[in-house]
Design a protein around this ligand. Structure first.
Ligand code: HEM
Length: 189
C-alpha cells in the first residue's frame, strides 16, 4: 500500500489530470455510508488497477503442480514440479498489453476488460490461494488516494531522478519515491 499509492499518484499525475480520477471523491467526505461512495470512483479504480499492472507489488510466486500440465505447444510440465509464475511478466506481455510500459488506465475500462482473459491481470494471483486481503487492499487504496488527492496537489520531486523499480520481497522503488505535496487552498481539509 505505502509503495503502490505513491506510484499511483505519480503515474496519475504524469498521465491524466488527477481531478479526472475523482468525480465521486467529495462524496467520501462527511457521508454516512462510504462503502456506497467507494463504488462510485470508477476512474480512480482504473488508475489503481493500471498501477498494479505496471508495478505489481508481488512480482513472482511459486506453485507446485498437483497434476501434469499440458502446454499449448504440446510440452508437459510433470506433476510435482515447482513452477515460478512471473506476475510482472504476465502484466508486461506485449501480445496482451500493447506498449506495456505505458500507463493507460483505460486498459481497465469495463469494455476493454471484457476483451482479455481474467488471468491477464493477476496482482493478487488467482485460484484457491489468491490474496485474502485483496478487497481490503483495494478499498484502502481507494480511500487513501481519494482523500489525499482531494486535499493535496501532488507533484514529482524534480530534484530526484526518475524512479527505478527495485524488486525485493515486494517491488520497491530504488532510493524511495519522492513527491512534492502542496495543500489545495479550496476543498475540504
Ligand atoms: C496491494 C496489496 C496486495 C497485493 C498486491 C497482494 C498480493 C498477494 C499475492 C500475489 C498473494 C499470493 C502469494 C503466494 O501465494 O505466493 C497474496 C497472498 C496473501 N495475501 Fe495479499 N496482497 C496485498 C495486500 C494484502 C493485505 C492488505 C492483506 C491482509 C490484510 C493480505 C493478506 C494475504 C494473505 C493472508 C495471503 C496468503 C493467502 C493464502 O495463501 O491462502 N494481502 N497476496
Amino acid at each position: 500500500m505505502f509503495f503502490l499509492a505513491p506510484f499511483c499518484v505519480l503515474e496519475t499525475w504524469k498521465g491524466p489530470r488527477p481531478s479526472l480520477c475523482l468525480p465521486g471523491a467529495p462524496r467520501l467526505v462527511g457521508r454516512n455510508n462510504p462503502r456506497d461512495d467507494l463504488a462510485q470512483l470508477p476512474f480512480l479504480t482504473m488508475c489503481i488497477k493500471e498501477s498494479l499492472r505496471l508495478h505489481p507489488p508481488v512480482t513472482v510466486v511459486s506453485r507446485r503442480c498437483t497434476q501434469d500440465i499440458l502446454l499449448p505447444d504440446g510440452r508437459v510440465i510433470p506433476k510435482g514440479v515447482i513452477c515460478l509464475i512471473s506476475i510482472f511478466g504476465t502484466h508486461h506481455n506485449p501480445s496482451v498489453w500493447p506498449d506495456p510500459e505505458v500507463y493507460d488506465p483505460f486498459r481497465f475500462d469495463p469494455e476493454n476488460i471484457k476483451k482479455r482473459s481474467p488471468l491477464a491481470f493477476i496482482p493478487f494471483l488467482a485460484g484457491p490461494r489468491n490474496c485474502i486481503g485483496r478487497t481490503f487492499a483495494m478499498t484502502e487504496m481507494k480511500v487513501v488516494l481519494a482523500l489525499t488527492l482531494l486535499r493535496f496537489r501532488i507533484l514529482p520531486d524534480d530534484a530526484e531522478p526518475e524512479p527505478r523499480r527495485k524488486p525485493e520481497l515486494i517491488l520497491r522503488a530504488e532510493g524511495g519515491l519522492w513527491l512534492r505535496v502542496e495543500p489545495l487552498s479550496a476543498g475540504p481539509q
